[in-house]
Design a protein around this ligand. Structure first.
Ligand code: AMP
Length: 507
C-alpha cells in the first residue's frame, strides 16, 4: 500500500476537481496533480535516488510542498519533512542523522540549505521548489507507482525537540494509513467536496491531518501567509466550504479573539466544518472563548509524532455536550482512546494503574511508529514490552476519559510532593489580566525544586499578591509559585509548543 496511490486514483475519478488551491485560486486539479506527482517521481529517481532513500523537504507551506512529498512517495522514497523554522545547524543534524542525499527547498530556505552541501557529507543535491529545476524534474516521463509494503517507511517525523536532541520517528505507509482511517472513525467523515486548510506547518499536524483529506479527494487550501487572520478565514470559508483545519491552541486563542470572527454571523461561519486542535495544552478559559466564537466545531486530539497524532480525542459531540455534569473536567482533559489504539496508564514497572492514579501513558496499536530511525537503543527503550512509552503523565477517570498531567520531565517535585505545572497554569489563567503562563521547577537546596511561574499579562501590572490569591483560591498552598517572572511573550516553537527547557535555562 503506497499512500501515493490515493493521488493516482483521484487523478482518474476526480480528474477535473480541485486538488490544490492557494487562496481562492485552483493551483492543480486532481488530474494535473497526479501527472505532476508521477513526473516528479521520475525526476527524483533520475537524481539517482532508489526506493527507501530519504528526501528531505525544507519548505514553508505551499501547494508545491504537497506535490514534492507525494512525488517522493510515488517514487518509493522516504520523505523527511523538516520544520522550516529550525536553525541551519539543526537542519544539518536531521539531514546527517537520516543520511539524506537530496533536499527539496524553497527560495526562502535555499541559502541556508545550500550552504550545508559543504558540511553535511551525505548531502549531494539541493533542488529549489518551485523553480526551473523542479519544473524540469516534474515534467519527466511519468514513473509508474512504486510498490510499497505497509511496513515500508514513508515519513521520518523528527520530534520537535522541546526536550533533548530530535529523533526521527519512522512512520510507515501502514501507520499513516491507520492514522487516516481512524480520523474517519473518530473525528469526521470526509467527502471530495470538502476542503482542508493548511494554516499550520505541513511538517507537523497539518501535514498529518491533511492525509485523510487527500485520501478522499478533498481540496488542500493554502492561505496567503503563515499568520491566518479572521478576514482571510471568512473569505476562504466562503470559497471552500466543508473546511477543516488543524491548529495549535495558541493559534485558536488568537483566532477566537479576532474581532472579525467574534462578530461573524452563523452564515459566515457555515462553511467551517471542524477545527482540530492539539499538540499542546488547551486551557479551559481559552476553549470556552473558542466555542463562543466558532460554535461546537472543535475537536481535540492528543497524540505525538511517534503515534501520528492518534492516542485520544475529544469529539465535537463531547464539546457540544455542555449539560454533562462533568463537562468542565472533560474539557480540561484529552478525551478517550481512539478506536485503533489501546491506551494504558502505568507505574514505573509498567504495571497498569487503576482509574484516578497518575502514571506514564503508554500506547499500543498499528498506528505506532516502527521505531526511531537508526537508533536501536532509543527504540527498544521507548517501545519496551510492545508499548509506546509517551513520556506523558496522565490519569483516567471512571468513565475512561484521560487527563494529561504533564510531560514526565516537566513534573516538579517540591518537598517530596508532585506538582503538575498544568494545574498551576490553569489556575493562573483564570486571572482576567493573565494571557499566558508557563510553570517550571527551579533547583532548590531546601525543597529539591521550587515552583516558578512565567507570566504574560495583557499589559496591566498585576501585583504578585493577586496572582497568589488566584492560586490559593484554586490549588493547594504547596503548589503556589514561589516566584513570578513577567515576560512579554512565552518562548514557543512554530508548532505552538512552549519551550520549557528554555525557561528552565533562564533560571
Ligand atoms: P510532538 O510529537 O512534537 O507533536 O509532541 C507530542 C507531545 O505534545 C505529546 O507527547 C504531549 O506532551 C503534547 N500534546 C499533544 N497533544 C496534546 C494535547 N491535546 N494536550 C496537551 N498536550 C498535548
Amino acid at each position: 500500500m503506497n499512500l501515493a496511490s490515493w493521488v493516482e486514483r483521484n487523478g482518474r475519478r476526480l480528474r477535473e476537481r480541485p486538488a490544490l488551491a492557494a487562496g481562492d485560486e485552483v493551483r492543480a486539479t486532481w488530474g494535473q496533480l497526479a501527472a505532476r506527482v508521477a513526473g516528479g517521481a521520475a525526476g527524483l529517481r533520475g537524481l539517482g535516488l532508489e526506493p527507501g532513500d530519504r528526501v528531505a523537504i525544507v519548505m514553508a507551506n505551499a501547494p508545491e510542498y504537497l506535490e514534492a512529498q507525494l512525488a517522493a512517495w510515488h517514487a518509493g522514497l522516504v520523505a523527511v519533512p523538516v520544520n522550516a523554522r529550525l536553525h541551519r545547524e539543526e537542519i544539518a543534524f536531521i539531514l546527517d542523522s537520516s543520511t539524506t542525499g537530496v533536499v527539496l527547498t524553497d527560495d526562502a530556505h535555499a541559502e541556508d540549505v545550500e550552504s550545508l552541501l559543504d558540511t553535511v557529507a551525505c548531502l549531494r543535491r539541493v533542488v529549489r521548489v518551485p523553480g526551473p529545476e523542479w519544473d524540469a524534474l516534474r515534467t519527466s516521463d511519468p514513473l509508474p507507482l512504486t510498490d510499497r509494503h505497509r511496513d515500508d517507511p514513508a515519513w521520518l517525523f523528527y520530534t520537535s525537540g522541546t526536550t533533548g536532541r530530535p529523533k526521527g520517528a519512522t512512520l510507515t505507509h501502514g501507520n499513516l494509513l491507520m492514522a487516516s482511517l481512524s480520523y474517519f472513525a473518530d473525528i469526521d467523515p470526509v467527502a471530495a467536496t470538502d476542503s482542508v486548510l493548511h494554516a499550520a506547518p505541513l511538517s507537523h499536524g497539518s501535514g498529518l491531518y491533511g492525509l485523510p483529506h487527500l485520501a478522499r479527494g478533498a481540496v488542500s487550501v493554502f492561505p496567503s501567509g503563515p499568520t491566518l487572520g479572521g478576514e482571510e478565514l471568512l473569505a476562504l470559508l466562503a470559497r471552500w466550504p466543508g473546511m477543516s483545519f488543524f491548529a495549535a491552541p495558541i493559534m485558536i486563542r488568537r483566532l477566537a479573539s479576532d474581532p472579525v470572527l467574534v462578530a461573524a454571523g452563523p452564515g459566515e461561519l457555515a462553511g467551517l466544518k471542524t477545527i482540530i486542535y492539539g499538540g499542546a495544552p488547551m486551557y479551559l478559559a481559552d476553549l470556552e472563548d473558542a466555542l463562543a466564537t466558532f460554535g461546537p466545531r472543535l475537536a481535540q486530539i492528543y497524540g505525538q509524532g511517534e503515534t501520528p497524532m492518534t492516542i485520544t480525542g475529544l469529539s465535537k459531540a463531547d464539546h457540544a455536550d455542555r449539560d454533562h455534569p462533568r463537562w468542565r473536567e472533560r474539557m480540561q482533559g484529552v478525551g478517550f482512546p481512539r478506536t485503533d489504539v489501546e491506551v494504558r496508564v502505568v507505574d514505573e514497572d509498567d504495571r497498569p494503574l487503576p482509574a484516578g492514579e497518575a502514571g506514564e501513558i503508554v500506547v499500543r496499536g498499528s498506528v505506532v511508529m516502527a521505531g526511531y530511525w537508526e537508533q536501536p537503543e532509543a527504540t527498544a527503550e521507548t517501545l519496551r514490552g510492545g508499548w509506546l512509552h509517551t513520556g506523558d503523565v496522565g490519569s483516567f477517570d471512571d468513565d475512561g476519559f484521560l487527563t494529561l498531567r504533564d510531560r514526565s520531565k516537566d513534573l516538579i517535585i517540591s518537598g517530596g510532593m508532585n506538582i503538575y505545572p498544568r494545574e498551576v497554569e490553569e489556575a493562573l489563567l483564570v486571572h482576567p489580566h493573565v494571557e499566558a503562563a508557563a510553570v517550571v521547577g527551579r533547583p532548590d537546596p531546601e525543597w529539591g525544586e521550587s515552583v516558578v511561574a512565567f507570566v504574560v499579562t495583557d499589559g496591566t501590572q498585576v501585583p504578585i499578591e493577586d496572582l497568589d490569591r488566584t492560586c490559593l483560591d484554586r490549588i493547594a498552598r504547596f503548589k503556589r509559585p514561589k516566584d513570578y517572572v513577567f515576560l512579554d511573550a512565552l518562548p514557543t516553537n512554530n508548532y505552538g509548543k512552549v519551550l520549557k527547557r528554555e525557561l528552565r535555562e533562564r533560571l
